[in-house]
Design a protein around this ligand. Structure first.
Ligand SMILES: [Ca+2]
Length: 89
């Protein structure tokens, strides 16, 4: 949990609003911390970031960030579980 919080704060604090991630801050965080989980295509990457911004205010707050990570973690868990099940058949 501490890593989630400190990573968010590190990237959110590069402008004058440390409580939210601007689109450039979000892009920097995703590209440096989650490079294998985001689309490579710039248009798809923009759509991905827009989807994280659930409120549509052009910023990603901590709740939106944590919700996205929880969803991504759940999907990874499901994929790994299915792969293990398939490989044991
Ligand atoms: Ca910010």
């Amino acid at each position: 949990m501490l890593t989630l919080i400190t990573t968010f704060q590190k990237y959110a604090g590069t402008d004058n609003d440390g409580s939210t991630l601007s689109k450039p801050e979000l892009k920097q965080l995703l590209e440096s911390q989650l490079p294998n989980f985001i689309p490579k295509d710039e248009k798809c990457k923009q759509t991905f970031m827009d989807t994280l911004d659930r409120s549509g205010d052009e910023k990603v707050d901590f709740m939106e960030y944590v919700t996205a990570l929880a969803c991504m973690t759940t999907i990874c868990h499901d994929v790994f579980t299915k792969c293990v099940q398939q490989s044991s058949k």
